[in-house]
Design a binder for this molecule. Structure first.
Ligand code: FEC
Length: 293
């Protein structure tokens, strides 16, 4: 039975001129305020995507490394940009794959996040091959150990962060926040970090309440408690992208400077061999569970 992997990522515009179409895809047909589009374009310009996007290159390097590690074909499918998840499915099927392992480069399940990737994948596949979907891997021992290595010996208050989502997900019984807190607790325990807290980041101005506290408010609260050194650990993400480079490295850094907090951030996993080994183990486990079922 030949297998292939569809490795899914959020996606990022290739060039500055792609930003309006990319934002329209994220909004899914809902209107876009011109000032927000202008602001988003300015953030991408500051990241230097005039001609090429270094963030998509990280995803490609991760894909290639995972393919080498597994000895199986791995195709990238983006949720909001190209190559689309549907493109990855077609390429995999054209290559003769009879089983697809769907793995999202985001470890925590929410209906609004992983649920959306899954829906795109299932729709494109239309039952033309077997699908093994990795739903969440927030407590995977390999992932926990990887992050713990980054934090061992931290001599500062650790703030774990993740993307915020509309707060209504809690009323719907969504596991997202609980899974994030679980990862934070497991990583802190494994790294021997005694002093830590959790905050959200990257909230969008959609007109409804989002999960709080936001990292910028949280830094103010820590400052008020007399905390002077903070390490950010963005465990809700696995790669360098806009939400890391802008929301943390630019906005949170500016806030920390204003407050006199010494702020650092741990490095993202990206395509590091140790992290690629974690991804490969998830794929192997999905295939092994199927073959013993
Ligand atoms: O580097 C890049 O170019 C892409 C960075 C990027 C990542 C990412 C991850 C997540 N998002 C999640 C949820 C939402 C919800 C909305 C939303 C909006 C945006 C916008 C941009 C954007 N997101 Fe994102 N997200 C990234 C980028 N995201 C750009 C639109 C402008 C803005 O608000 O700044 C609100 C949609 C709406 O308007 O209705 C909800 C979640 C994740 C983490 C899981 C994952 O990676 O899939 C959840 C990376």
């Amino acid at each position: 039975m030949s297998a292939a992997v569809v490795l899914m990522a959020y996606g990022s515009p290739d060039r500055l001129e792609d930003v309006p179409a990319y934002y329209a895809d994220i909004r899914g047909g809902r209107p876009i305020r011109p000032d927000l589009l202008e602001d988003l374009t300015a953030r991408y310009r500051r990241l230097g995507i005039e001609d090429r996007n270094p963030l998509n290159e990280i995803t490609e390097r991760t894909r290639a490394a995972l393919q080498d590690e597994l000895g199986l074909p791995v195709f990238t499918g983006m949720k909001h940009w190209t190559p689309r998840i549907a493109d990855a499915v077609e390429t995999a099927l054209a290559g003769g794959a009879e089983t697809l392992v769907g793995l999202v480069l985001a470890p925590h399940y929410s209906r609004l996040s992983i649920g959306g990737y899954r829906a795109q994948l299932q729709e494109a596949l239309a039952d033309r091959a077997e699908l093994l979907f990795v739903e969440s891997w927030h407590d995977d021992p390999g992932l926990v150990g990887f992050w713990a290595e980054r934090l061992r010996g931290a001599d500062a208050h650790v703030v774990f962060t993740a993307h915020s989502l509309p707060a209504r997900i809690l009323d719907e019984g969504d596991p997202y926040r609980d899974q994030l807190l679980e990862t934070a607790r497991l990583v802190a325990d494994a790294a021997g970090v005694a002093e830590w807290s959790f905050s959200f980041q990257s909230e969008s101005p959609t007109g409804e309440p989002w999960l709080a506290p936001d990292v910028l408010d949280h830094l103010e609260a820590l400052h008020a408690q007399g905390i002077e050194r903070v390490v950010l650990a963005p465990i809700g993400f696995v790669a360098d992208h806009l939400e890391i480079r802008w929301d943390l490295d630019t906005e949170a850094r500016e806030k920390a400077e204003e407050l006199g907090i010494d702020l650092r951030r741990i490095e993202m996993p990206n395509d590091e061999p140790g992290f690629v080994a974690v991804l490969a183990a998830l794929v192997r486990r999905a295939l092994a569970v199927r073959s013993t079922a």
